[in-house]
Design a protein around this ligand. Structure first.
Ligand code: PLP
Length: 281
């Protein structure tokens, strides 16, 4: 793929950064993933707002204006041939001569700004029609999961657990409450209502999550955004996960227990159809 590093387009394989980069030393940086369908980014404004919020949370100025981000992302998409791709964006606090925990003075550092493109995971219609398996696990991540931080070791360790069990995602519980997946948000359907945990410090407020909530409201599906006990997963009529790279994926088995009748449900089906329409607009 063609990447973009600190103002320059170049082959991804030629991109270089310093080992003193604070992203490398401390995971002192944030990222964003913008999904692109048929060459067109979906909800780019929301992604750039979240990028700005992540930067504000780590007390870092935004290195580019919204217009500069938009233009650069559009150029990157074009240089990578368009189609269905994910644009990966990362901003770190850059490198400094000394490894210090406190942030180095802004005037002495340049952020590292990196973008690249990657293919999106492809799920066959058959796989989606059968639904996916998930497991649950204790959410031992840090207390600021609202920030899209590149510090993802906890996420990786927890995702590895489901990977080793041939499951698509690890659904996380904190003190008995459902939070999210390692790279997705979680929704339940119970008695015709759409339930999802509230976007507090425990979860990333997914852009797909926000789009799905809007679509549900437009379709007059009652939405409840509230604390959800982990046990509610096993009593739900439907469960599905959302993310920019996975869309809406139905979960039909959790910890080897079947969800409802073990088939993707009608409300997931309806929401996934309207989401596909949104993607192709
Ligand atoms: N939660 C976490 C921890 C994530 O990493 C992601 C995205 O990868 C999501 C939720 C879903 O967010 P979005 O819909 O913006 O992709």
């Amino acid at each position: 793929p063609v990447a973009w590093l600190n103002g320059e387009f170049l082959p991804q394989s030629e991109a270089r950064i310093s080992p003193m980069d604070r992203g490398f030393l401390f995971a002192d940086g944030i990222y964003e993933v913008v999904p692109v369908f048929a060459g067109k980014p979906l909800a780019i404004e929301q992604h750039l707002i979240r990028l700005t919020q992540s930067l504000e949370s780590i007390q870092h100025p935004n290195p580019l204006s919204i217009e500069q981000w938009t233009t650069t992302i559009e150029q990157l998409i074009e240089k990578n041939g368009g189609g269905d791709i994910g644009v990966y964006i990362q901003v770190t606090r850059g490198s400094y001569q000394k490894r210090t925990h406190q942030f180095p003075p802004l005037e002495n550092t340049q952020p590292t700004v990196f973008m690249t493109a990657s293919s999106l995971p492809a799920f066959s219609a058959e796989a989606i029609g059968n639904g996916f398996h998930a497991i649950t696990s204790d959410d031992f991540r840090w207390g600021r999961c609202d920030i899209k931080s590149v510090a993802l070791l906890g996420h990786c360790m927890l995702r590895q657990q489901s990977f080793e069990q041939d499951a698509i995602e690890t659904l996380l519980e904190k003190d008995g409450w459902l939070t999210e997946g390692t790279s997705s948000n979680v929704f339940l359907i119970k008695d015709g209502r759409l339930l999802t945990p509230k976007a507090d410090l425990r979860i990333l407020n997914g852009i797909t999550r926000q789009l799905v909530i809007d679509l549900a409201r437009q379709a007059d599906i009652p939405v409840e955004i509230r604390d959800i006990h982990i046990e509610a997963l096993f009593k739900a009529d439907e469960v599905f996960i959302t993310s920019s790279t996975k869309d809406l994926l139905p979960i039909v088995k959790i910890d080897n227990k079947t969800v409802a009748n073990g088939q993707p449900g009608p409300i997931w089906e309806k929401l996934t159809q309207t989401y596909q329409q949104l993607k192709s607009q």
